[in-house]
Ligand binder design. Structure first.
Ligand code: ADP
Ligand code: ADP
Length: 232
């Protein structure tokens, strides 16, 4: 489903170049929840942004469902990106817009008509259990509720893949669990493949099928999470 091959990303910096991601090979299977775990600075955030080419690799290829993203024109890349939703640690909601408008706005930009937009917004707010909060503003919501809005916004574009960039890192343990349960439900019931990055082993243990361990920009281990937790 997602294939990164020999991906390297170098950032120029004052003190010489930083190799954030170093010759990474990653294979995420269709229908799985794949976790990438690593310490701060390991390159996780860069890696996940390379999947939808928010960062352009210096070398290597990204292939989604057999289509090589790194070979596409900007217009075709934009189309492929619709298959890839993304959620973030700090939710990235529009503060001056209601919950409804946060979900509806990207759908209008996709060209959906008024009825289609309304149907999608209502459907996905219901799935995240926020059907009754359409008119609230983000400031009136808890952290967990804000992340649910962000999840509804991502799902409403009906992606095949969801990328999660530390989606639970700003949340308390109880809220984290409820968001992880929601991600599990999305994976099982909607069949969406999930690639997530985290620095927390508990996140991997709770929902991931496979796990890759990232250290200094390199994948040092890749296995099923059951193996990771049963082998010494
Ligand atoms: P993580 O998400 O695991 O904390 P990052 O991908 O954010 O790791 O960062 C990996 C390395 O790349 C770090 O050394 C970081 O300072 C560097 N880095 C990340 N983004 C940039 C950037 N835009 N410019 C320069 N260096 C960056
Ligand atoms: P209709 O008249 O098409 O049945 P509504 O009167 O419910 O639909 O909404 C009209 C338009 O207002 C919708 O197409 C939508 O763009 C927007 N809208 C609906 N509900 C909300 C809401 N809670 N917050 C912001 N905008 C909304």
């Amino acid at each position: 489903m997602i294939k990164l091959e020999n991906i390297t990303k170098v950032f120029p910096s004052k003190n010489g170049n930083v190799t954030a991601v170093n010759n990474v090979n990653l294979h995420v299977k269709k229908g799985e929840i794949h976790g990438v775990i690593g310490y701060s600075g390991a390159g996780k955030s860069t890696l996940i942004r390379l999947v939808n080419l928010l960062e352009k690799p210096n070398s290597g290829t990204v292939t989604i469902n057999g289509t090589e993203l790194t070979a596409l024109s900007n217009e075709n890349l934009r189309k492929m990106r619709q298959k890839i939703g993304m959620i973030f640690q700090h939710f990235n909601l529009m503060k001056t817009a209601t919950v409804y408008e946060n979900v509806a706005t990207p759908l209008r930009l996709l060209g959906l008509n008024k009825t289609e937009v309304k149907e999608r917004v209502e459907k996905y707010l219901k799935i995240v259990d926020l059907g009754d909060r359409e008119d609230s503003y983000p400031s009136q919501l808890s952290g967990g509720q804000k992340q649910r809005v962000a999840i509804a916004r991502a799902l409403s574009q009906e992606p095949e893949i969801l990328l999660s960039d530390e989606a639970t890192s700003a949340l308390d343990p109880e809220t984290t669990n409820s968001i992880l349960d929601l991600l599990l439900k999305i994976n099982k019931e909607l069949g969406i493949t999930i690639l997530l990055i985290t620095h927390e082993m508990s996140v991997i243990q709770k929902i991931c099928d496979d796990v890759s361990v990232l250290e200094n920009g390199e994948i040092v281990e890749q296995r099923s999470s059951i193996e990771l937790f049963t082998d010494p």
